[in-house]
Design a protein around this ligand. Structure first.
Ligand code: MYA
Ligand code: JJ1
Length: 388
């Protein structure tokens, strides 16, 4: 069934019920001298390249490969369209390794035809903080699919991660592989229902007209929570404390320090937006919400080429009720002209999704760990991790 994944240190389907297997690393680290020193062999027309996203030309090549060949929905109507600024941000966190940004070129033409990346992250699994690689942006050009390039790319990124003495990884995928730590559902909140219906992202509900639908999804022009404002650089220590306390509730979650929070959560125009609630009396930071910008190309529509989507990122409520906090997030997203606000059913998101008129999508997201066993499949609400 899974000729490649059966050979890898990941939870296997046959072991799913077996609670005698211990939680933690599946195999021990090997001495660094035993890590293969040369890259894996690619089929002879292709060669490895390390992608420097600081180079405008390289970043453009990666951007175009992903724009034309990355993840689509099950009916091939939409394709993720990560911006260049987003890719630079996603791949340059504190302590990143350039060697983990891996491309494949055609030797003769030098055309970039495949890509995979890792970035380092500290991730807590129950009581253990583990340095891991977060693997993302695995992409093989449409014309080179089903040639078993993906397993070679995964082995090569694994080798380069091992060379940094890191032995675990976290990743997500829309497909089922051996074996999910958790399976999450995408939910969608219409902000621009007319456009969403026109492009086939959503449908007019039964017994609904367009004008009733537009009214249903209307939002106030201004946020309602006193002290709700954009996050600023001086908020990093307070946001880090708030977020660290919140993420303790989950079985798997990032272990963010102030440098991580500055990188991942300080607002970056067109990439990531973060808001917080500062108590007007005590000036305490009591609540936080954030979302990232990930448009999708609309494939084959006469009138529209891009769907502007905001994706819920990390949110914390201690004083402001969840529903009010996230309704304010919807209000700012609407003001910024997003068409839809997407969220997974991770963390405490279930407490606001239905009430705020999110509806379940047709997509799921499976979470995986490499070389780390979690004893039982987790409920999405036990996950405190959002990958980009
Ligand atoms: S998820 C996003 C993945 N990208 C896309 O969906 C974009 C569109 N699709 C493509 O570009 C291709 O279809 C891809 C596969 C590249 C996905 N994750 O080369 P093949 C297995 C892992 O003939 P292709 C993301 O970026 C498949 O089960 N494995 O297939 C996270 C089969 O193995 P097996 C996948 O279609 C990535 C083999 O590949 C995925 O031409 C995390 C077939 O290879 C997938 N999404 O190319 C990667 N899809 O026979 C793992 C298919 O065993 C990281 N396959 O079933 C692991 C940790 C590594 C670091 C460890 C450090 C310690
Ligand atoms: O966006 C997704 N689905 C949309 C569009 C469906 C178009 C036809 N297939 C969807 N729309 C319904 C919205 C509606 C709004 C009003 C309320 C009710 C709901 O369901 C889906 C997620 O649902 N997205 C995808 O399928 C994209 C791929 C997801 C897997 C991602 C893998 C990520 C790789 C990570 O590194």
């Amino acid at each position: 069934r899974h000729k490649f994944w059966e050979t890898q240190p990941v939870g296997q389907f046959k072991d799913l019920g077996d609670s005698s297997l211990p939680e933690g690393p599946i195999e021990p680290p090997t001495p660094l001298t035993e890590v293969k020193q040369e890259p894996y062999n690619l089929p002879s027309p292709y060669e490895w390249t390390t992608c420097d996203l600081d180079s405008e030309d390289m970043c453009n090549e990666v951007y175009l490969l992903l724009t034309n060949n990355y993840v689509e929905d099950d009916e091939n109507m939409f394709r993720f369209n990560y911006s260049k600024e987003f890719l630079r941000w996603a791949l340059h966190p504190p302590g990143y390794y350039k060697s983990w940004h891996i491309g494949v070129r055609v030797k003769t033409s030098k055309k970039l035809v495949a890509f995979i990346t890792g970035v380092p992250a500290k991730i807590r699994a129950r009581d253990n903080v583990v340095i891991m690689a977060e693997i993302n942006f695995l992409c093989v050009h449409k014309k080179l699919r089903s040639k078993r390039l993906a397993p070679v790319m995964i082995k090569e990124v694994t080798r380069r991660v091992h060379l940094e003495n890191i032995w675990q990884a976290a990743y997500t995928a829309g497909v089922v592989l051996p074996t999910p730590v958790s399976t999450c559902q995408y939910w969608h909140r219409s902000l621009n229902p007319k456009k969403l219906i026109d492009v086939g992202f959503s449908r007019l509900g039964a017994r609904m007209t367009m004008s009733r639908t537009i009214k249903l999804y209307k939002l106030p022009d201004q946020t309602v929570t006193p002290g709700f404002r954009k996050m600023e650089l001086h908020d990093v220590p307070a946001v880090t404390r708030l977020l660290r306390n919140y993420l303790k509730h989950f079985v798997v979650a990032p272990d963010f320090d102030e440098n991580d929070v500055e990188h991942w959560l300080l607002p970056k125009e067109g990439v990531v937006d973060s808001y917080l609630v500062e108590s007007p009396e005590s000036h305490e930071i009591t609540d936080f919400c954030s979302f990232y910008t990930l448009p999708s190309s609309i494939l084959g529509n006469q009138n529209y080429s891009t769907l502007k989507a905001a994706y819920s990122y990390y949110n914390v409520s201690t004083k402001t009720p969840w529903i009010q906090l996230m309704n304010d997030a919807l209000i700012v997203a609407k003001k910024k002209d997003f068409d839809v606000f997407n969220a997974l059913d991770v963390m405490h998101n279930e407490t606001f999704l239905k009430e705020l008129k999110f509806g379940p999508g047709d997509g799921q997201l499976h979470y995986y760990l490499y070389n780390y066993r979690i004893k039982h499949v987790l409920r999405p609400s036990e996950l405190g991790l959002v990958l980009l």
